[in-house]
Design a protein around this ligand. Structure first.
Ligand SMILES: C[S@@+](CC[C@H](N)C(=O)[O-])C[C@H]1O[C@@H](n2cnc3c(N)ncnc32)[C@H](O)[C@@H]1O
Length: 252
C-alpha cells in the first residue's frame, strides 16, 4: 500500500491566503507577470536540468519558466488556496506543456526534492517567512539544486519601515464590477505588518469588503548572504535590479 496522505497540511497553512487568493491574480498578475519576466527570464532560459519555483503562489513564475525553458519545472506551493488558481492556470495550458510541470503541495523541506534543478527562484516568498523558517529553507533549496546551480532570491525589506505606508493596487473591471485593493504596511515590534484591504463595487456602491494581514520579517542582503553561505551558496555579482540576490551552490 503506498503511503498516501489524505491531508498533510494544517489549517493555518491552508488558510493563510484564503482571502487574498481570490484577488491576487485580478489585481496583481498583469504587473507581476511583466516583473517576473524582466527579473528571471534570462536565468530560466539558461536552465539545462530543471527550474524550481519555491512558493509558486498562483503560478506566475511557474508559467514563465515553462514558456521560457525546455526543462522540467517544479512548483512548490503548500497553501491550498494559492494552489487552486495555480492548478487552474496550469489546466488552461496545452497538455504538451503541462507534462513538464510538477506541483508539490508541501513546504519545500517536506517535498523530498533532490538534485532536480539547476535554477531555483524564490520570488516574493522570503519576506513572509519567520527567520527560523527562512533559515530552514536554504538547506532544502541546496538539496533540491545540483552543485553549480543558481538560486535567485527576491530579498525581504532590509529594515522596518519608519512610517505607515499605503500602496494602492490598480483597480480592475470585471463585467459590471470594479475590483480594488490596497496594502498598508507598518512596523510592529520586530516585524512588518502588511494588511491587504480588498473591495468589489458596482455603480451603486461597495458590494463587499475583505481584508487579510500578513507578517514580514526584515533581513539585510548581508544577513541573507551569511545564511546562504552556511548552506554552501556563494554570492554572484550584483544584478541590474538589486531587489534580487543571485547565489550559486558551490561544487563539493
Ligand atoms: C506571497 S506568496 C508569493 C507567491 C508567488 N511567488 C508570487 O510572487 O506570486 C508566497 C508563497 O510562498 C509559499 N510558501 C511559504 N513557505 C513556503 C515553503 N517553506 N516552501 C514553499 N512555499 C512556501 C506560500 O504558501 C505562498 O503561496
Amino acid at each position: 500500500m503506498p503511503d498516501v496522505s489524505v491531508d498533510p497540511l494544517d489549517r493555518e497553512r491552508q488558510d493563510a491566503y484564503a482571502i487574498s487568493a481570490e484577488f491576487y491574480d485580478v489585481l496583481q498578475a498583469e504587473r507581476d507577470g511583466a516583473r517576473v519576466r524582466r527579473l528571471y527570464s534570462g536565468d530560466v532560459g539558461n536552465a539545462r536540468l530543471g527550474v524550481l519555483d519555491v512558493g509558486a503562489g498562483t503560478g506566475l513564475v511557474t508559467v514563465m519558466s515553462l514558456l521560457g525553458s525546455q526543462v522540467p519545472v517544479h512548483a512548490v506551493e503548500p497553501s491550498r488556496s494559492m494552489r487552486s488558481p495555480l492548478m487552474t492556470r496550469l489546466a488552461s495550458l496545452p497538455a504538451g506543456l503541462r507534462t513538464r510541470v510538477t506541483v508539490h503541495p508541501q513546504m519545500l523541506d517536506e517535498a523530498g526534492l533532490h538534485g532536480v534543478a539547476d535554477v531555483a527562484i524564490c520570488h516574493n516568498t522570503i519576506a513572509c517567512l519567520r527567520p527560523a523558517s527562512r533559515r530552514a529553507l536554504w538547506p532544502a533549496i541546496a538539496t533540491a539544486l545540483v552543485p553549480g546551480g543558481v538560486l535567485l532570491v527576491q530579498l525581504p525589506p532590509a529594515r522596518l519601515p519608519q512610517y505607515e505606508t499605503t500602496h494602492d493596487l490598480p483597480t480592475q473591471r470585471v463585467g459590471q464590477h470594479e475590483y480594488g485593493g490596497r496594502m498598508v504596511t507598518s512596523a510592529a515590534m520586530n516585524r512588518i505588518r502588511a494588511r491587504f484591504d480588498y473591495w468589489v463595487r458596482n455603480e451603486g456602491g461597495v458590494l463587499r469588503e475583505h481584508n487579510e494581514t500578513f507578517w514580514m520579517w526584515p533581513a539585510s542582503r548581508t544577513k541573507v548572504i551569511g545564511e546562504l553561505e552556511k548552506s554552501g551558496f556563494a554570492p554572484l555579482p550584483e544584478r541590474a535590479d538589486p531587489a534580487v540576490l543571485a547565489v550559486r551552490l558551490r561544487r563539493r
